[in-house]
Write a protein that binds this ligand. Structure first.
Ligand SMILES: *[C@@H]1O[C@H](CO)[C@@H](O)[C@H](O)[C@H]1NC(C)=O
Length: 338
């Protein structure tokens, strides 16, 4: 569990070995879960060379402008973990989130605000992936441990959740591990979706093991923390696409679409939970493959059918997804025509 006040000793211990770590840490590790509402350690100044320390919030969950200097709410101060540093599903096999970490041979200077792609290697979610940004550490973490920040995951040693949200005196559920069944609807609204994530996308997995590799952070993660490591340019859209948003946006396009075939294709993509977003051509290609493999027939689609092998509802930007006028149509040569 993430512990803010043990960090001093951990930092002192690890500082001497920081030079051993090169960018691109990888290996096998373990996971746990926590949500203690405390200011995370990477929110302090000078933990690592970053654009700015991890954002923290006041007791009302509003971002603090002077958060780096603010004492943790778990130490009688004013700074708490912001609720939006919660996990979410990007699509059926990828989730994004945040974690307290301890990487073998490293220190906060090497991992604060770094991102790691975790591939779960045990439990029902084996094979699923999650990219986490390191926002915290903990003196009670083992080597290569990722303590996933999940509302309702247990407060661990320190509990800011009772002060901040009126949680029970030792947090929601067990102090370690948190709630054991889905009681997320009783949580503060701001924490409910992250809590629910544990019981849907994460399938209630209990501390699955992982293989991990350091990756460039997605902008959707750094947009929430405001923390980018020096020399890194976050990838993708800073808006946090989710499966639900993708389906909603596809449905909106579907309603607005003038072509029956486009509607069918959009629906087909939405049914398959296809990720509709960002600017990746690979995403567009895989979505197109989904469309091609669907068996819809569009008998009245004569004009487009004469010039196109398929109509891809996937556009090249999140904005364009919601705007039928900028939908791209792909012709036989695979070129784009508006
Ligand atoms: C899920 O999203 C990730 C990240 O954008 C992407 O790489 C992957 O191909 C997507 N998977 C599916 C099944 O859509």
């Amino acid at each position: 569990m993430a512990v803010f006040s043990r960090i001093l000793s951990l930092s002192a211990l690890a500082a001497s070995s920081a030079y051993l770590v090169s960018a691109g840490a990888s290996g096998s590790g373990t996971t746990t879960r926590y949500w203690d509402c405390c200011k995370p350690s990477c929110a302090w100044n000078d933990k690592a060379d970053v654009s700015s320390p991890v954002s923290v919030c006041d007791i009302d969950d509003n971002v603090l402008s002077d958060g780096a200097d603010a004492t943790s709410g778990c130490d009688s101060g004013t700074a708490y973990m912001c609720s939006d540093q919660s996990p979410w599903a990007v699509n059926s096999t990828m989730a994004y989130g945040f974690a307290a970490v301890s990487i073998s041979g490293g220190s906060e200077s090497s991992w604060c605000c770094a991102c790691y792609e975790l591939t779960f290697t045990s439990t029902a979610i084996a094979g699923k992936k999650m990219i986490v940004q390191a926002t915290n550490t903990g003196g009670d973490l083992s080597s290569n441990q990722f303590d996933l920040a999940i509302p309702g995951g247990g407060v661990g040693i320190y509990n800011g959740c009772t002060d901040e949200w009126g949680a029970p005196s030792s947090g929601w559920g067990a102090q370690y591990g948190g709630i054991s069944s889905n009681t997320c609807s009783t949580f503060p609204t701001a924490l409910q979706s992250g809590c629910e994530w544990r019981f849907d996308w994460f399938e209630g997995a209990d501390n699955p093991t992982v293989d991990f590799v350091q990756v460039t952070c997605p902008a959707a993660l750094t947009a929430k923390t405001g923390c980018v490591r020096d020399g890194e340019t976050p990838t993708g859209s800073s808006s946090a696409s989710t499966m639900a948003e993708a389906a909603t946006s596809a449905a909106a396009s579907s309603v607005a679409a003038s072509s029956d075939a486009t509607s069918a294709a959009v629906s087909s993509a939405a049914d398959a939970n296809t990720y509709v977003a960002t600017s990746s051509s690979a995403v567009a290609e895989s979505a197109a493959a989904t469309v091609e493999s669907s068996s819809y027939v569009a008998p009245s689609f004569s004009v487009a059918a004469a010039t196109s092998s398929y109509v891809a509802p996937i556009s090249t930007s999140a904005t364009a997804v919601a705007s039928p006028s900028s939908t791209y149509y792909y012709d036989d040569e695979g070129e784009c025509e508006l």
